[in-house]
Design a protein around this ligand. Structure first.
Ligand code: AFP
Length: 322
């Protein structure tokens, strides 16, 4: 993949999408998100760290940065002219833009996942899930693209349009250029990233975590879904879990905004994503705020987690509101 006069790894996101013959309107959505992230990264670096005085659908206090990031993205999506429906983790309902249009795209996004970590200067991210047509309430396997932007020491954009996973990095001119093409995951790994309080794990999860520890896995958990998944994906090894807990049968993470896009990316890299009893991408969503337990990463480790959970006597969690 290269433009005349440029090496493969100087190619920018827009040119890459042109050369891979992506649909023009899909390219528009992706590039508008990439542009939005330039403003978001700037707000993270310099913006107000206070609370906005409002709460989101999950009853969580919204930070000024959450609200600002949401506005930046919403405005970009609105002006793109190619959006049918929009759903943000920060708002309580689907925002119709051209809600019947089959030719346009619908987007579910988490504008600033892990925003409470900005306070302590840890990495955060934007997560994006894209469908063709107006329907956002469909299984994640129907996504046409998924991406995240990681605001860490460097800003990177990791994208799949169903043709593998590619990483672009923001350069000094704030352009995204290709830094890794066709990221692949190994079949098993020695990193585990366990969310939720361990004393609330069910026996199957506890036994799986012990299995990982016994095989010498290292614990890597930052509390930010984007950096934690990025570590596993870019190193090509490991598993992230935010399981069903004894007091939270649906876990914590949101299907539309967090799990579906990450599951799409990880599967595209040769990994797997499961609730412990079902493939994440096969879940039929019932509400936009559905949550589900998740085991995501190397396919053999995910299969091992499923095996431990099958032996659990207690009934497994259903997908639903947390
Ligand atoms: P916030 O956006 O409320 O900070 O939550 C972040 C998050 O949704 C996800 O990014 C993390 O993986 C997960 O929650 C961390 O949850 P715990 O704080 O329970 O570990």
């Amino acid at each position: 993949m290269s433009e005349p006069g440029k090496t493969k790894f100087q190619i920018d996101l827009r040119h890459y999408l042109r050369e891979t013959e992506e649909d023009r309107d899909l390219t528009r959505v992706i590039c508008e998100m990439a542009d939005a992230s330039k403003y978001i990264v700037n707000s993270i670096r310099t913006g107000d760290l206070g609370v906005a005085g409002t709460s989101n659908l999950y009853g969580e206090q919204q930070l000024a940065l959450d609200v600002l990031s949401d506005r930046i993205i919403r405005k970009r999506m609105l002006h793109s002219g190619v959006i049918a429906n929009l759903a943000s983790e920060e708002t309580s309902e689907i925002i119709p833009m051209d809600p019947e249009c089959e030719e346009k795209y619908s987007v579910a996004y988490d504008p600033l996942d892990g925003s409470s970590l900005v306070d302590v200067n840890l990495a955060v991210g934007t997560i994006v899930s894209i469908y063709k047509g107006p329907n956002l309430m469909q299984p994640g396997r129907n996504q046409v693209a998924a991406m995240y932007i990681l605001y860490g020491p460097r800003t990177t954009l990791v994208l799949s349009t169903g043709k593998g996973v590619h990483e672009f990095s923001m350069n000094q001119l704030m352009e995204y250029t290709l830094t890794r093409e066709n990221v692949r995951m190994e079949s098993s790994g020695k990193i585990y990233s366990p969310g939720g309080q361990r004393n609330l794990y069910t026996p199957g999860t506890e036994n799986f975590v012990r299995f990982m520890e016994e095989k010498g896995a290292k614990l890597r958990y930052s509390g930010g879904f984007v950096p934690d998944i990025n570590q596993i994906l870019m190193k090509g090894k490991g598993i992230f879990l935010y399981p069903h807990l004894q007091n939270a049968p649906q876990g914590k993470l949101r299907l539309l905004y967090e799990l579906n896009p990450m599951a799409f990316l990880v599967e595209q890299a040769g990994g797997a994503a499961s609730t412990g009893r079902q493939r994440i991408l096969d879940i039929e969503p019932k509400r936009i705020d559905d949550c589900a337990p998740v085991f995501i990463g190397c396919r053999n480790d995910v299969a091992k987690a499923e095996e431990y959970l099958r032996s659990e006597k207690a009934p497994m969690a259903a997908v639903g509101k947390a």
